[in-house]
Design a protein around this ligand. Structure first.
Ligand code: SF4
Length: 435
C-alpha cells in the first residue's frame, strides 16, 4: 500500500532532491513500499530511484543520491507506515482480558506485530504471519526477533492460545534460526498447564535451535481480580514456583556444561514467589532478557553495592526519604534501604510496600501499581523530603500511572515531591541520599 509523506527532514537527501510533504511514496528501486521495514531496508543503497505520486496524482520518478546507510529523511503519518498488526489469539492467560473496565483505550489493544518486535523488542506469537512474511523477515535479515512461545507442544499451544494456527507456526521458529535470525523466546507459565513435563519438553526442543535461539525466559502468569468468565487459572504458590525453578536449573546447569551459557532463566518474580535468593550477576550472562524481568534485581543490587563504595556519593544531612514498591520486591528493596542506612547512618529511608488493590492482590509486581493505590495507602503518612517510585510504574509519555492519574496529581494528593528512579542502582542510591 503506497504511503503518504508527512514531512521531509531539512537538508536530508530527500530534501535536496526536492521531495515534498503530501507526495505518496510508491516504490524505491522498483520495490513496493508498504511499511517501515520495506522503507528502512530499501533505502540503504547509495542511489535510490523513487516512484512518487504528487498532489495532482501524477506519477513522478526522482533519483536520490546519498551515502550508504544514510537516512533518506522522509517522515510518514505513522511510525509503522501501516496499521498496527493486532493479535489473532485468545490466550487463556491474556492480561488484556483481565483488565478493569474504563481504562485508556490503548491498553485494551492486543498487538502482535513483527515490525514492533524488530524495532522495539516487542514479543510476537507468529500466529498472524504467513509464509510470505517469514520469507520477508529472512530476506531482510530482520534480527533479533522476540517470540512468545509458551510451549513447543503444538496441541497445547493451540489450546493455550485458542488459535488453530498456533501449533503449525512453531515451524517458523526453526526457519528463522536456520536462516541465521537471532531469536529470544519467552514462556508464560501457567501452573499445571505448560510447566512440569511440558516445560521440560519446551526447554529441550527450543535448546535444539541454539545458538541462533539465544535465550528462553520463563515468566509466571499474572492474574488480576477481573477474570470473570475466563479459563480457570491459579497463581503460582511458593512450592510450585520453587519446583519450576528446579526444572529450569536442572536444564540450564546441563546446558551450561556443554555450551558455557545457561540459555534458560526464570524471571525474578519466580525467585521472589519461591522466597529463594536472587542469583548473583554472573548467573545472567549478558542480561539479554531484562525486558522480561530476568536479572533486573541482580543488576540493580550489583550497581547498588558498587554505588555504596563510591566516595563521591554523599548524604544530605537530615535526609528523610520514602520508597514505594510492590509486595513481591518489597523485602528486596527493604534490604537495599538497610544497606544504605548502614553506609549513611544519618539517612532515614522508609520502604512502603503497596498492596495492589486496583488489579487484585495476586498482582505483586511494582510495574502494575497505580496512583489510586499509592494515594489510598500513603495519604497522611510522613513521607519525608521525597517519595521515590520506580520508573516502571509510569506509562503514557512517562507522566501517568496505569489508572491515568498524573505524577503531578499524585504529588498534590500526597503533599510530597515524587522522584522517579530508573532500574539503576547508582541512581537509586543517589536519590535516596540526595547526594
Ligand atoms: S498474544 Fe495472547 S496474551 Fe498476547 S495480546 Fe494476544 S491474546 Fe493476549
Amino acid at each position: 500500500m503506497p504511503v503518504k509523506i508527512q514531512a521531509v527532514e531539512r537538508f536530508s537527501p530527500a530534501h535536496r532532491a526536492g521531495i515534498k510533504p503530501g507526495q505518496v511514496l510508491i516504490s524505491i528501486n522498483e520495490n513496493a513500499i508498504s511499511d517501515v521495514l520495506d522503507y528502512r531496508f530499501y533505502m540503504m543503497d547509495r542511489v535510490l530511484k523513487l516512484s512518487l505520486l504528487d498532489r495532482k496524482q501524477r506519477l513522478r520518478q526522482i533519483t536520490v543520491k546519498k551515502d550508504e546507510y544514510e537516512d533518506l529523511g522522509l517522515e510518514f503519518e505513522t511510525y509503522l507506515m501501516d496499521k498496527q498488526h493486532h493479535c489473532k489469539n485468545k490466550c487463556i492467560f491474556c492480561f488484556v482480558d483481565q483488565m478493569p473496565p474504563g481504562m485508556r483505550e490503548q491498553l485494551y489493544f492486543k498487538d502482535d506485530d513483527e515490525r514492533l518486535s524488530f524495532l522495539f523488542g516487542n514479543y510476537v506469537t507468529l500466529t498472524n504471519l504467513k509464509q510470505a512474511d517469514i520469507d520477508r523477515i529472512i530476506k531482510m535479515h530482520i534480527s533479533p526477533i522476540n517470540i512468545s512461545v509458551h510451549t513447543t507442544n503444538p496441541e497445547l499451544r493451540v489450546k493455550m492460545m485458542k488459535n488453530p494456527r498456533a501449533g503449525e507456526c512453531l515451524s517458523y521458529i526453526r526457519q528463522l534460526t536456520d536462516a541465521g535470525i537471532k531469536v529470544n523466546t519467552q514462556l508464560v507459565l501457567c501452573p499445571g498447564i505448560n510447566d512440569g513435563e511440558e516445560l521440560k519438553r519446551s526447554l529441550r526442543e527450543l535448546s535444539a535451535l541454539y545458538p541462533n535461539l539465544e535465550s528462553i525466559a520463563a515468566v509466571p502468569v499474572g492474574l488480576t481480580r477481573f477474570r470473570q468468565d475466563l479459563y480457570e487459572l491459579k497463581p503460582y504458590t511458593k512450592q510450585q514456583a520453587g519446583e519450576t525453578i528446579r526444572i529450569i536449573h536442572a536444564f540450564a546447569d546441563e546446558f551450561y556444561e556443554q555450551h558455557g551459557v545457561r540459555l534458560a532463566y526464570p524471571a525474578d518474580e519466580f525467585f521472589l514467589k519461591a522466597e529463594l535468593p536472587i542469583p548473583e550477576p554472573a548467573y545472567y550472562g549478558d542480561y539479554n532478557q531484562l525486558e522480561n524481568g530476568v536479572g533486573l534485581l541482580a543488576l540493580l543490587k550489583e550497581e547498588f553495592e558498587r554505588a555504596l563504595e563510591d566516595d563521591t556519593i554523599t548524604c544530605t544531612p537530615g535526609r528523610t526519604v520514602s520508597i514505594a514498591t510492590g509486595t513481591a520486591v518489597g523485602p528486596f528493596i527493604t534490604e537495599l534501604a538497610q544497606r544504605a542506612k548502614q553506609r549513611f547512618p544519618g539517612l532515614d529511608c522508609r520502604v512502603h510496600i503497596i498492596r495492589n488493590e486496583y488489579f487484585g492482590e495476586t498482582i505483586t509486581v511494582a510495574g502494575l501499581i497505580t496512583a489510586t493505590d499509592l494515594i489510598a495507602q500513603l495519604k497522611g503518612k510522613h513521607l519525608g523530603d521525597t517519595l521515590l517510585i520506580p520508573r516502571v510504574m509510569l506509562r503514557f509519555e512517562q507522566d501517568r500511572f496505569l489508572d491515568d492519574i498524573t505524577l503531578e496529581a499524585l504529588e498534590e494528593e500526597l503533599g510530597v515531591s515524587v522522584g522517579v528512579v530508573e532500574n539503576d542502582g547508582f541512581e537509586l542510591l543517589e536519590k535516596m541520599t540526595g547526594g
